[in-house]
Design a protein around this ligand. Structure first.
Ligand code: ADP
Ligand code: ZN
Ligand code: ZN
Length: 679
């Protein structure tokens, strides 16, 4: 009887692998391989783990070793490259290996109850007959697009590329034709190839998915995102893991999938904040993608009209190759004219200045579509009592309760608690409570009064709660059933609305004075993106140019001047200079330790102690401070920022620091974030 010791990663907060004994049985004479899934006893329960290594000896005494209960033999092992990715992410983000490797697997594979993979496999086979829209040929690329696509397809080894193309320059077409070349070459060589395309949002996948299917008839496509039902998720994941899917379209979580034949990675809208996971393993899908491309020695394309400063800096320094698309792809389509409305002079009524109302009216008369952008959902961010000064604070958070008028509720967007709108002031009984400020619901209401005949639609997280409703809403816009679209950042990204000739930006000023140093980078990107929704069709001879109107109280602000000039280059240059002077990323590296407790002082005390836990050269440890949103759901939160000009130095420090922190008796819940984006 053969025995082996298996080192197994389990999804627990303990930062090591666990040894288990494997004994040959009739079922499988050979010991499992690294990358296979096993079921083991863990405490009083059973758990699914990944085999990391197979050894002959263990430091655990033989009488303490437990036996592996079952091997998931039906599933081919996860590759050594995938295990290396998990190990890298675990080291870099300072998390246990099991917490990286296991939660990314489909739930059905992590469940103790065995699922039949046959059913999932049958489903994959059935699906591959099912979708087959009429194939469409690839349109001929323009010269700049062709150059970019050829450069990507010809790249050898690790080749990071920034596809810097204005909105509407046809970046998608470049991705697809480069992918087509790489897949065709692999087919000719008789080798397997997979192309991973990452997009920021689920609601952008159906459009692109359909586009891909018509371009690649007969090629298996898998989609990976958090909106899939579990059975579907397993089927999609398996088709990728088994190497059947050639093109994989996914959101950030797809970067952690097993992609055994990966030959090209594409990240669309690479600047988008949603590539950063903001809970649990707080990873950057973009950064992991670059690591993966390096590991596999393959090309990676980062596409954007407004690249992140990190990627832009790499392109400037020559580390990334820059591919440029300066013009819109549709012939005679031009970037919209961007202008400012000074709200001090043209005072808004119902949130709309007279200039904007006139522009909207013109579009309605001409049968063209308009889009209004306001990054604040709900009716009003707060309600107040004029008589006594009461305001709708959330009792559990340092935040206001937001008025949601259609639902007749007050809701806290931070802890989720809600209540009916009070009939009268809870303090003085005054029945005349006033909404202060304006969200998308209130603008929608105002628009209906100003333009009673117009077909108006609101798209935000509230209006699209039901599954599929976002897609239905966007479809209605594409079919021309909507005259005026009002929405949050959901409407700003990616969409190729052909009949849209006016974009109005209602209230962008708040971001100008944010304490968050990334706020201006984000605002600029948002404005360029939302402006990019206009003017995507050919401008008719003698026709009117499409327009973007930005309502502001600060028309002199240099950020707006850059937006008006569509001048990302100078804006990025200025921001990078500022960041260098101020010692901010991408010129330094940061990590953030967060602590949560019922008492703020307890959290601060823990961080104070943590800041003294170890001494280390070349590391700046700042003072602990309360987080700007200090209390959420009755929990007080504080943070400690650690910085270094050297990434390796920071990594070395974090490794030792984590050991020290894990040894501390903490009366708080704490977590570490590496490369934080919200500080
Ligand atoms: P981006 O992602 O750069 O904003 P898109 O990929 O959405 O731009 O392309 C904008 C529009 O241009 C799309 O409607 C697309 O079909 C069209 N397009 C792209 N390439 C070409 C081309 N070579 N000729 C004609 N139209 C094109
Ligand atoms: Zn009152
Ligand atoms: Zn709250």
């Amino acid at each position: 009887m053969k025995h082996r010791i298996l080192q197994i990663a389990l999804d627990t907060p303990l930062d090591f692998c666990f040894d288990y004994r494997w004994s040959a049985s009739a079922e499988s004479a050979e010991p499992p391989l690294p990358g296979q899934l096993v079921v083991v006893p863990f405490g009083r329960r059973e758990a699914v783990g990944v085999v990391i290594a197979v050894e002959t000896q263990s430091e655990v005494p033989a009488n303490k070793l437990k036996d592996v209960l079952a091997l998931r033999a039906q599933l081919p092992p996860l590759s050594p490259q995938w295990l290396a990715l998990c190990r890298f992410a675990a080291d870099y983000y300072q998390r246990p290996l099991g917490e990286v490797a296991i939660p990314g697997l489909p739930k059905n594979l992590r469940a103790i109850k065995t699922v039949s993979l046959d059913r999932a496999l049958k489903k994959i086979a059935k699906d591959a007959a099912m979708h087959d829209p009429a194939p469409r040929a690839m349109p001929p690329l323009n010269a700049a697009q062709q150059q970019a696509a050829d450069a990507i397809a010809a790249a050898q080894g690790f080749a990071p590329m920034l596809l810097y193309g204005v909105t509407g320059s046809g970046k998608t077409e470049v991705y697809l034709q480069a992918a087509a070349q790489i897949l065709a070459r692999a087919e000719a060589d008789g080798t397997a190839a997979q192309v991973l395309i990452l997009v920021p949002e689920i609601n952008l996948t159906p459009q692109l998915e359909n586009n891909i299917r018509t371009r690649f008839p007969g090629v298996e496509l898998a989609t990976l995102h958090s909106g899939l039902a579990e059975g579907e998720r397993l089927a999609q994941w398996l088709s990728v893991h088994l190497g059947r899917a050639r093109i994989i379209l996914g959101t950030r979580l797809a970067i952690l999938a097993s992609l055994p034949h990966l030959k090209l990675i594409i990240i669309d809208e690479e600047h988008d904040p949603s590539y950063k996971q903001q809970e649990g393993l707080r990873y950057s899908a973009r950064d992991l993608a670059v690591w993966r491309a390096h590991q596999l020695a393959i090309p990676i394309v980062l596409g954007s009209a407004t690249p992140s400063l990190e990627s832009w800096q790499h392109a400037q320094s020559g580390r990334y190759r820059k591919l440029e698309l300066r013009e819109r792809a549709v012939r005679d389509a031009v970037l919209p004219r961007v202008r400012l409305i000074n709200m001090e002079r043209d005072k808004p009524a119902e949130g709309l200045t007279s200039t904007l109302v006139t522009a909207l009216k013109q579009r309605l008369d001409r049968g063209e579509q308009s889009l209004l952008f306001l990054n604040r959902r709900g009716y009003s961010p707060v309600i107040a009592c004029d008589a006594c000064g009461w305001i709708s604070n959330c009792t559990r958070c340092t935040a206001f309760m937001v008025l949601h008028k259609p639902e007749q509720r007050l809701r806290c967007h931070h802890c989720g608690c809600e209540q009916r709108i009070p009939r009268s002031c809870p303090t003085c009984g005054n029945v005349d409570l006033q909404p202060l400020g304006r969200g998308t619901q209130r603008v929608e209401e105002g628009l209906q009064q100003v333009f009673p005949q117009a077909r108006i639609m609101r798209i935000d997280a509230d209006s699209t709660r039901r599954k599929g409703s976002a897609q239905a809403a966007f479809d209605a816009v594409h079919r021309g059933e909507i005259d005026i679209l009002i929405g949050t950042q959901m409407v700003a990204k990616g969409h190729d609305f052909r009949n849209l000739t006016l974009v109005g930006v209602l209230n962008p000023d708040t971001a100008l004075f944010s304490h968050d140093y990334r706020a201006s980078e984000r605002l600029f990107a948002q404005l360029m993106q939302v402006a990019g929704r206009a003017g995507r069709a050919a401008q008719k001879e003698g026709g009117n140019p499409s327009e973007v109107w930005i309502q502001t109280r600060y028309p002199q602000h240099p950020l707006y001047a850059a937006v008006m000039a569509h001048d990302y280059d100078s804006f990025a240059l200025g921001l990078l200079e500022e960041r260098q002077h101020a010692g901010l990323p991408p010129f330094i590296y940061q990590a953030l330790l967060r602590a949560e407790s019922k008492e703020l002082q307890t959290a601060l005390d823990f961080l104070q102690e943590a800041s003294r836990a170890i001494a280390y050269p070349a590391i700046t440890i700042n003072d602990p401070i309360p987080m700007s949103l200090t209390r959420v759901a009755n929990v007080e939160r504080a943070q400690l920022l650690v910085e270094s000009a050297s990434r390796p130095a920071l990594q070395a420090f974090l490794r030792e620091w984590m050991v020290a922190l894990r040894g501390m008796k903490a009366r708080v819940k704490w977590s570490l974030e590496v490369d934080p984006v919200d500080i």
